[in-house]
Design a binder for this molecule. Sequence first.
Ligand code: C2E
Ligand code: MG
Ligand code: MG
Length: 739
Amino acid sequence: MTLLIALLGWAVQAADPLGHAYWNAVYKFWQAPAPSSIVVVNGVDANELGVAGEARLLDIVRGAKPARIYLDFKLQGVPAGTGDAALRGSIARLDPNAAFVVRSTKNDGFNAASFNFPDPDLVGRHPIVLSAWSVNFLFFAESSPNSIVLGGQRYPTLSTELAGGRGGLFGMLYPDFAVEPQAIRTIPARLLLSSHAPLELLAGKQVIVAGSGQATGAAYFGHQMPSPYAFDVAGAASLERPFPISLTSLPLLSLVGFLLWWSRGKPQRIRNRAYLVTVGLVLAAPVALRMQGIVCYPDTALFAVLVFGCIRLWQKRTRKIQHTSASGLPNMLALSNSALPVGCDVVVAAIARYEEILATLPMELHGECAVQIARRIGAGSGAAEIYHSDGGHFAWTEEARPLDMQLSHLEGMRALFAAPLQIGVNTFDINIHFGLDRNEGVESATRVNSALASANEALANGRTIELFEAHRLAEAPWELSLHARIDEGLRNGDIWLAYQAQWDLASNSICGAEALIRWNHPTRGPIAPDAFILQAERAGRIDALTYWVLDQAAIAACAMNAKGRRFQMSVNLSGQMVDKPELVQTFAEIVARRGVDPSLITVEVTETSGLGNRTAAIHNLTQLRQLGFRLSIDDFGTGEASLAYLADLPSDELKLDRRFVAKIVDNDRERAIVSSTIGLAHALGQTVVAEGIEDAATLALLRSMGCDHAQGYFLGRPKPLTAFEHDYDDAGARAFGHV
Ligand code: C2E
Ligand code: MG
Ligand code: MG
């Protein structure tokens, strides 16, 4: 990965500035003397010396007997047949090997157009040497060819000539920037002309007679832009080293790649060392190699170690985030972010009263507590890694066994916690609850959260294991936003009330109705109340619904009672609501606001999720009854709504559950139960309502048993208020049967 980024960096030259900064820093400190065989006579400029002065200077230099002279000043202004005859004479008198230096006017792609040759007539039989430098993207001189072919003729470059004809390997040479431009021996032309400089300085040397006007535009590492000849001198100096060659950046990059690859999976300490060695190597190797004349660019290698370092730092940081500080165990986030193994269940264990346990321990033992629990879980499950989050949750993955085996496996693990935990001087009993997610294929984070929610549910309900069912996953987003959706449904009329008639069997007339909630969801269609009442209870929205139902039902009760006959309106009250402290007050307010006598309202207590606080529930029901509300025990004979209810709850009415009622025609046992229940209820002074009557036979049987009121599809389906009113008005004339 790092290598890939490095190669990419190499391709887009993102690493160049790094190498650039590197060489600039290196050559600031690494300074070598210039070759002593080279002397520059500078300041040779026709404007300053006059052409005659230049001519005289050449004679003086020639007279000093140098090894070779290089004419590196502007001669383009001296065309054939014009100019100063003296200068021509001086040039002609020079040794035949005195060379003309022609500098490239470009920094790359050298061809005939890059060079302005002096007049051939002026050059005569003297050789021409070239100076041409390729530059990097920041214009720093990088390389020069040993020689260049122009118009079929090969010209050597000044550097190779200064190095006595030696060139770099593979036809290229690379300037040695360690050569300090200021250290190149120079003698100003003026001093020579005024005989102020000893001529011995030039004897036997390679003398570059340099003008001041020829700037290359190239830059020199570690220094300000020097005079152009400095590059050629540096080039010549590089050729004195043993291996004048460039290895580019690949060998170093490969080495870095190898070292970082090698350290993979090694202990942290070794990895850190390997990294430091790599960095050191990348920094030192190019200089060491350069001393041998070998050019090796550190750019991409530096880029690679830098990227690698950043990635490591980032990983370290995330690892830190993914470990809980006190225990040192990886936290849930780490599990959520990991790819779960194929064929696994996610288990979360919730430890009961974990905070209380921690509260009794000194801070420094908190980690120890988590570690001990994790160790025990690890021993029971065999999981390699146990994840821990503050608040006493531990997560891991289990091989996905058949459900019954998985459940008994977890039961077995619970047994491991039968022995108390010993932390410091304290012993603790540990009560553990499990949440299990078996939804393979779902995102890790979702699975961890599902298992976590189930573990919390198990903890809250005192169960050992709670399974997160797959269908709940689909329902989860819906359930989580139910709060807002219910409010919206109430606002826009998607939630409404249906009324189902209750008949008085003695008078054969409608004596009341049960208000039943309906929800026509715009996208999900009609939602059965059984389903969303349960969800509303979970979402904590059942209060708003209940109060809204009572309010609407109270309005309807007013309307119905205004028709002249007494009309009893039943509403349902979820078991979960019964112990709510504000219940009685709110009910009283609603009926008062709507001007309804509370005795016209029957409150059916439905046990959907069990009674919460029984004492508070009984207290509330007693108060409601004192206010005048009638109380009914709904779904009698099912769940908790049994004899215990009848004994405890103050009530006026008992509603036989439709599951019994439906069977009385065909089934002797049910018939006996219903019949004796009616007797029992009457003995306790209760009215009996039978619900779920679907045929005439059932109705007839119930009547014969002495049942007081009847409700069911046979007598009338739940309907919107207007339709119900219509039926009610009709029913005055006709008795049962219009189903
Ligand atoms: P429940 O209070 O026992 O209401 C009677 C249910 O039996 C109603 O179902 C009604 O439509 C249905 N039913 C009536 N006659 C027949 C029949 O002849 N055959 C059959 N098979 N069913 C019949 P619904 O409306 O689906 O309501 C289901 C449950 O939802 C209710 O049972 C009640 O527990 C709850 N519920 C309805 N509205 C409310 C409400 O406003 N608040 C609360 N807390 N619960 C409500
Ligand atoms: Mg009911
Ligand atoms: Mg019922």
